[in-house]
Design a protein around this ligand. Structure first.
Ligand code: SF4
Length: 750
């Protein structure tokens, strides 16, 4: 539109982080009034869904924090100045470190769907305190997939080339709403409308993606392992395995094939609640596909047998040779190695596996509510809301209350902030430079450092500034450390880069504080200041991924020079930059197991699989005859990033979806309230009759139940799903929760 000034930024509501252009307006010129997709963004290319149009509800939330807060003895909060807040927080955390050890200071969060730079700066604070253990939402979603991927490939995660596949398979995923790959809806429609391509969806609900599918395998909730076994059985028994690929690139096939040769496909299909003929049709499409792309997501990763399902899914991929060629799976070059496998360490109290560096979320409360000498004593929570988003909220609140010190860094007064001793207000994602590391595209991968869109509001500070002040108050960084770097910065970028490299490589203490050194001393435009930490990450990438960077135009023998040119491109590209270009032939070379082959036989998972196959049929508890899927992604849900309930144009209070026949049997009409009860809690909720649900299955959306100020006082809208979930209901291998399979009772309330 003529005269409109469009400013580049990104959507912060899902991991795609589509590039957006925004028009600012309103009385103060600070409102985000219009949005459109940014065509210059190299990944999203102008695409955006409906959600970002309501982002001003995030920027102007009524519960935004404007000053540091300190909890009084009576539980209320008083505003304090920043100097007091930083010195008291540093002193309290230092006291915990000195009394019980820095490893009793637990870090949770570090970023959401749109902000990962805080986590990069928090490493400096954690190192200053000796904090060792941490976790984030990934540890209740993706760690099973990472664990399996790492053991099979030596690489935690793969992604898939849906744009060019012949068959697309989605397992417990509804990309129409949850996206996860660029321009998801465009790609789904293209596959759906092309008669030569096949879209297969495995989901108990007839989702928006299932509506587009050629084959919808409407699996009985929680029986995905049976269905995948049936699909694999058909592949083996009908000779649809890619024998050449298996022989050349894998190990351990015999053990797997031995199980699958004797699998009873008809019985497994029946256990999954499906017609055997439809299962065979899907398996044949998968087995005969020249190029298969697949994606598993929370529908199975938060469900019964979740880690086993991740394993079986990978067997489908590898037995069909669906990796390393266009239209199949790939291993991308990522800006940081954020997904890794299991370490040799286990958590200090429960002995839980640490995958991707993360303590399983469902065990955090157990690690606190213990008399173990190494129990967590303090918690630093950043851009996250564990009191709401982790299983068993009641127990999580109890755990947070038992800690010596809780410090929350956040934009708004969250459920967790209400339990903190100190709350430090952060700038919004539009008041600072920000970025995410959820970039998995291939062969070109992108990175987007978005400049500050708005002048910062007085009071809150960017997390980079908060962590720098904390590190200085802890004595980890001094003016004497910074002065030489400031002087070098005056001499120009080469001298500065050299001085930083010498400082951080020559002194372990300063190496640990690299993010703060860069933030405090680098010469950058104010609108990009928080991006300083990217220089260190660019250097890491230049040392590790030279060929991929060179193909993207960042070539050279000197990693420091390559990092400098990449960093300069990042800060000069407000709509994002292509930082790596890969080749399909790179993919199989990235298999990092000791023999460079994919390990098909994982003994513990094979054992769990055999045990599953000998299990008797499930017996439902008659007291809880429904399966509740807690935390469904819908048109107007976005985790807890937007707290203002009026941002939702539809389904404002998040109805419980229920099959019409179930509703009729219960005597409940559309829009009426029911009581929803699980072993852990009970809630009143409005119902929406939907024949997309199968009988016996009900679903609640994610992100509801947040407390928000209204004219009549604080009010929570909708049901907070984790008031109904139990922390002990989790995967036996990696501890991920079974939120999509909560035994429940639904009753009319009259
Ligand atoms: S796909 Fe995700 S990132 Fe893109 S506009 Fe929609 S919610 Fe935002």
């Amino acid at each position: 539109m003529a005269g409109t000034e469009w400013k580049p930024t990104a959507c912060i509501l899902c991991e795609c982080n589509c590039g957006l252009e925004v028009e600012l307006g309103g009385e103060d010129g600070r409102h985000l009034v219009k949005f459109r997709g940014d065509k210059r963004h190299p990944a999203s290319q102008g695409y955006a869904c409906e959600k970002p149009h309501r982002l001003d509800h995030y920027q102007h939330g009524r519960d935004r924090l404007t000053s540091p807060l300190r909890r009084r003895k009576d539980g209320t909060f008083e505003a304090i100045d920043w100097e007091t807040a930083i010195s008291e927080v540093a002193a309290r955390l230092a006291n915990v470190r000195d009394s019980w050890g820095g490893d009793t200071i637990f870090y949770y969060g570090g970023g959401g769907q749109g902000n990962h730079l805080p986590g990069a700066y928090a490493t400096a604070t954690r190192r200053a305190l000796g904090s060792r253990w941490r976790s984030s939402a990934l540890a209740q979603e993706k760690t099973g997939e990472f664990w399996v991927g790492d053991r099979m490939m030596g690489v935690a995660t793969t992604r898939a080339d849906f744009e060019h596949c012949d068959v697309a398979l989605f397992i417990g995923k509804n990309p129409w709403h949850s996206h996860s790959f660029p321009r998801a809806r465009v790609t789904l429609k293209e596959i759906s409308q092309d008669p030569a391509r096949t879209l297969i969806v495995i989901d108990p609900r007839r989702t928006e993606t299932a509506e587009l599918a050629d084959i919808h395998l409407q699996v009985r909730p929680g029986s995905d392992a049976w269905l995948l076994t049936a699909l694999l059985g058909v592949l083996v028994q009908e000779d649809l395995v890619n024998q050449a690929f298996v022989a050349e690139h894998t190990n351990g096939a015999d053990d797997v094939l031995a199980v699958l040769r004797s699998v009873a496909v008809a019985e497994c299909s029946a256990r999954a609640g499906l017609d055997e003929g439809l299962v065979r049709k899907a398996a044949r499409a998968i087995g005969k596909a020249p190029a298969l792309s697949s994606f598993e997501d929370l529908g199975v990763q938060m469900n019964h047998h979740s880690t086993l399902v991740s394993y079986l899914h990978r067997l489908v991929v590898f037995l069909t040779g669906s990796i390393g060629k266009p239209g199949t799976h790939y291993i991308p070059t990522t800006m940081i190695p954020f997904a890794t496998g299991a370490s040799k360490q286990v958590s200090p109290v429960a002995g839980a596996p640490i995958i991707s560096g993360l303590v399983p979320c469902n065990l955090i409360a157990e690690e606190i509510l213990s008399d173990h000498p190494k129990r967590y004593r303090a918690m630093l929570v950043e851009a996250a809301n564990p009191a709401h988003s982790l299983a068993d909220s009641k127990r999580m609140r109890e755990a947070l209350t038992a800690l010596d010190t809780v410090v929350v860094i956040d934009v708004a007064m969250s459920e967790t902030a209400r339990l903190a001793h100190y709350v430090l207000p952060a700038s919004t994602q539009f008041e600072k430079a920000e970025a995410t590391f959820f970039n998995f595209d291939f062969p070109k991968n992108t990175f987007h450092l978005r400049p500050r869109l708005l002048e910062p509001m007085p009071g809150p500070l960017p997390e980079a500034e908060i962590h720098s002040r904390l590190c200085e108050a802890l004595g980890a960084v001094t003016e004497a450390d910074l002065a030489p770097l400031r002087e070098a910065a005056e001499l120009g970028p080469e001298a500065y880069g050299q001085a930083v490299a010498e400082a951080v490589m020559g002194d372990q203490r300063l190496g640990a504080q690299a993010p703060v050194l860069l933030y405090r001393t680098m010469k950058l435009p104010e609108t990009l200041r928080e991006g300083a930490v990217m220089l260190g990450l660019a250097l890491r990438l230049a040392m590790k991924e030279g060929p991929s960077l060179a193909r993207a135009g960042f070539a050279g023998d000197n990693p420091l020079a390559v990092a400098k040119s990449l960093f300069e491109a990042i800060i000069a590209s407000p709509s994002g930059v292509v930082f790596a270009v890969d080749e399909w032939s790179d993919v199989l070379r990235r298999i990092a197991t000791p023999d460079r082959k994919i390990q098909l036989a994982l003994p513990d998972l094979l054992e769990a699989w055999r045990a599953l196959l000998s299990e008797a049929a499930d017996v439902r508890d008659s007291a809880f005859p429904f399966v509740l899927s807690a935390g469904e992604r819908r048109s107007f849900t976005a985790n807890t990033i937007i707290r203002d309930p009026t941002w939702r144009k539809k389904d404002a209070d998040g109805a419980l979806r229920i099959n019409p026949e179930d509703a009729k049997r219960l005597g409940v009409g559309s829009g009426e309230q029911v009581r929803l009860t699980t072993k852990r809690g009970s809630a009143l909720v409005r119902v929406e009759l939907s024949d997309s649900m199968q009988r016996g299955h009900v679903s609640l959306p994610n992100g509801l139940g947040l407390s928000y100020p209204t004219e009549g006082g604080e009010k929570a809208t909708g049901v907070a799903p984790n008031e109904l979930t139990a922390s002990e209901d989790r995967d036996p291998f990696v501890g991920t929760p079974w939120h999509k399979h909560v035994a429940a009772r639904v009753e009319a309330v009259g």
